[in-house]
Design a protein around this ligand. Structure first.
Ligand code: AMP
Length: 444
């Protein structure tokens, strides 16, 4: 153990250019994923790595890949890195910028939503490394301008997200035009059945490295949740939480584009001034600018959907708030992983309605741990205004009983007089963990 801790990049089989670049970036010790995968990737074997974002997985593949890349003037690229979103392309490019200051290497990002002709020109000029989203890459390859016959190494990052985002057909198309003899490196935060099947279909016995065990959150993240009766109370709670100084750089996750815009409108004016919204209906320029503003602290709160925020490396996010609980437990892990990065502690806060308790339980089951439930804070206004979606929802009696509402508040559900009774016990203690999750009992 002691020996592992003292490993530095000097102990790696790296060349001077990479060591100098790492020094400039201030990186001295490899992270666990880098330590565990470096030599096996360098050896040329196919590797599947289960590692969350924030663990340094990008450098884990870039370092050995760059270490083995020889100077060349040939036009066709030799390294192909596929990622699911444009933002991730830009992020991998950023890591490449960090590492290649002392090398002569040509690389570029190829992604949709930007002018294809500009990208064609870049490709035509000749590249060593291409970082791309699958659809745009395939489109350019089909024009005949981009030739993939010299690809020696293929990296597929966030394989789970690639498959979730429906990129399977494009991936298969691309795999078909790649040369058979190549090294495959796959990275995934979660190793779902889908990912396993995909890997078994296309790759022959890759070496597997599991860095953070499946479903385990990064240890330095403090996780807790609030049980809330309805949407508008969630809004009030969010507005109240954001007043606290500690929520200095907060990512707020919602279920979709509409939900993101709706929530932004519901923020109180002081918060609105400091908030941005990121979802796939926003233009690419807008998205890049908003991210930059958040990264640099021009705005403190960022409301985002999963697809946008996945894999993003934003520095020093103090809090992740699940305004809407994710239905898929893997998304909970992804979201949570946006904070507590690079040795910093972070907090993940979930706002959970009765319906969402099921999702909370799924996340807990996956992590094999319980998330602490906090009492609702003093000063929180419990709203009795229901949204359209909530109107035909009938609350489970137990759920309401176990909700500890702040002093003197409690009437939030007009329909069910008898359910207004407030139990003084803490919901955390009262929650029946093994009971089936609360279900809708009303007509839908
Ligand atoms: P990733 O998991 O690849 O998204 O990386 C998360 C962040 O950690 C990025 O900003 C990297 O530049 C940074 N990073 C990667 N490797 C190291 C390292 N060995 N020491 C310190 N920071 C690192």
């Amino acid at each position: 153990m002691h020996k592992i801790l003292s490993v530095t990049f000097e102990d790696f089989n790296l060349n001077k250019s990479l060591l100098n670049a790492l020094k400039d970036a201030g990186f001295t010790n490899p992270t666990p994923v880098q330590k565990e995968t470096f030599s096996v990737i360098l050896s040329g074997k196919d590797v599947v790595v289960t590692a969350q974002t924030g663990t340094g997985k990008t450098l884990a593949y870039l370092l050995p890949v760059l270490r083995n890349l020889k100077y060349s003037e040939q036009k066709n690229p030799r390294i192909l890195i596929l990622v699911p979103t444009r933002e991730l392309v830009l992020q991998v490019i950023k890591e490449l910028d960090k590492l290649t200051g002392y090398m002569n290497v040509r690389y570029a990002g190829i992604y949709g939503g930007t002018n294809i002709n500009t990208q064609k020109k870049i490709v035509y000029a000749g590249l060593d490394i291409i970082v791309a989203t699958p659809r745009r890459l395939y489109d350019i390859a089909m024009t005949g301008l981009l030739r993939l016959k010299d690809i020696k190494k293929l990296v597929i990052d966030e394989v789970d997200e690639m498959l979730n985002s429906g990129f399977r057909p494009q991936l298969i198309n691309i795999l078909e035009i790649l040369p058979k003899k190549r090294q495959n490196l796959m990275f995934s935060a979660t190793l779902t059945e889908d990912v396993n099947n995909f890997i078994n279909d296309f790759f022959v016995s890759p070496v597997k490295a599991e860095i953070a065990p499946h479903g385990t959150p990064l240890e330095q993240i403090i996780q807790y949740a609030y049980f809330v009766p309805n949407y508008n109370t969630k809004v009030n709670l969010l507005n109240l939480l954001l007043e606290k100084k500690e929520f200095e750089k907060t990512l707020i996750f919602v279920s979709g584009k509409k939900a993101a815009d709706r929530l932004y409108d519901k923020l109180i004016p002081e918060h609105k001034k400091k908030a941005g919204v990121l979802h796939s209906n926003k233009s690419q320029n807008f998205r890049i600018r908003t991210l930059k503003d958040f990264e640099e602290g021009t705005i403190s709160f960022l409301i985002a959907t999963d697809i946008i925020a996945r894999g993003l490396d934003i520095r020093e996010v103090s809090h992740v708030i699940n305004f809407d609980m994710p239905e898929i437990p893997g998304d909970y892990i992804h979201r949570t992983g946006r904070t507590g990065r690079a040795g910093k502690t972070g907090k993940a806060v979930s706002l959970v309605t009765e319906k969402e308790q099921e999702y909370l339980k799924r996340a807990e089951d996956m992590m094999k741990m319980q998330i602490k439930i906090k009492d609702l804070p003093e000063g929180l206004k419990i709203s009795n205004i229901l949204t359209e979606e909530e109107k035909d929802y009938s609350y489970d009696k137990d759920y309401l009983k176990n909700l500890k509402l702040p002093e003197g508040q409690g009437a939030f559900h007009e329909k069910k007089e008898k359910n207004k009774k407030i139990n003084s016990g803490s919901p955390a203690k009262k929650r029946k963990r093994n009971k089936k999750p609360a279900r809708r009992s009303g007509k839908r």
